[in-house]
Design a protein around this ligand. Structure first.
Ligand code: KIV
Length: 304
């Protein structure tokens, strides 16, 4: 397999991938996914030829200011998915099932997955978990909805995993993650996020499952990569995972732009003529005269 750019030009941004198209990319041209939560970001990601957009529950931390993904609701995800769909109608869009929207039973999982498709406009849903969630994956797939799995570090259960930390470093936990990946793939998932595991394990999972793996902190051996948009653009300043490469510093650029605006307003440099509307001089003169007459009339009526 070659990764030469000349052999693999970016995909045509107008050709939306279906779930089977994504699945067919196993072992081929690497899949590229980023998270998106709003219209302008989705538009730019689509224009850049990003293959898949994920309306992740990282929304809670990246945009809504929570300390974890746990408080995110179905309505939050639906609201943001709609905006992303409007911004990137030609891109494959995956919406995350948030914490406790699928854990209760299969019926709850199918119903909420259906809402993300019907109300949000997503093409597929993602849920976290391995062997214990394989039944949920099977039930949602049976309802005709494509499911992306997510194993390794699963942020919704960070509490029981001991925090946001690398998973699968010892033999037992590495084998458990492998078994999780195989169970989710066997249950009918069309792709699999593998988060925060050693590169060797990311490569092994990729070799063992027939569906594409999308790594995030899982090394270069996966079938594709995903990054959280606020990490990629340098907007996140609270946490800095080792795997999160920053491709821009928009956080600092944004702060600097706000500071420059404040300086201009306070110093009188903004707005200048280039950013103001003008009136014909004769209209302005007539207006001033009319206002003066009105003021004199008003003063006379008031006995001034
Ligand atoms: O919610 C999210 O952004 C995710 C990514 C970390 C894959 O699940």
């Amino acid at each position: 397999m070659t990764t030469d750019r000349a052999d693999h030009p970016p995909p045509d941004p107008r050709s939306k991938l279906s779930a089977p198209d994504v699945r067919a990319r196993k072992g081929g041209l690497k899949l590229v996914m980023v998270t998106a939560y709003d219209y302008p970001t989705a538009r730019r990601a689509a224009a850049a030829g990003i293959d898949l957009l994920l309306v992740g529950d990282s929304l809670g931390m990246a945009v809504l200011g929570y300390d974890s993904t746990v408080p995110v609701t179905m309505d939050d995800i639906i609201h943001h998915t709609r905006a992303v769909v409007r911004g990137a109608p030609g891109t494959h869009i995956v919406a995350d099932l948030p914490f406790m929207s699928y854990q209760v039973n299969d019926a709850q999982a199918v119903e909420n997955a259906g809402r993300l498709i019907k109300e949000g406009g997503a093409d597929a849903v993602k849920l976290e978990g391995g062997r214990t969630m394989a039944g949920r994956v099977r039930a949602i797939v049976a309802a005709g909805i494509p499911v992306m799995g997510h194993v390794g570090l699963t942020p919704q259960s960070a509490g029981s995993l001991g925090g946001f930390r690398v998973q699968g470093r010892d033999l037992a936990s590495a084998r458990a993650i492998l078994a999780d990946a195989e169970a989710v793939a066997a249950a009918g998932a069309y792709a699999l996020v593998v988060e925060a595991v050693p590169s060797e394990l990311g490569e092994l999972v990729t070799a063992r499952v027939r569906i594409p793996t999308l790594g995030i902190g899982a090394g270069p051996g996966c079938d594709g990569q995903v990054l959280v948009v606020s990490d990629l653009l340098g907007l996140e300043d609270r946490i800095a995972p080792k795997f999160a490469k920053r491709y821009a510093e928009l956080g600092e650029a944004t702060r600097a732009a706000f500071a420059a605006f404040a300086d201009d307003v306070r110093g009188g440099a903004f707005p200048d003529a280039a950013h103001s509307y003008a009136m014909k001089s004769e209209v302005a003169a007539a207006l001033r005269e009319a206002v003066e007459v009105t003021d004199e009339t008003a003063a006379g009526a008031a006995g001034g």
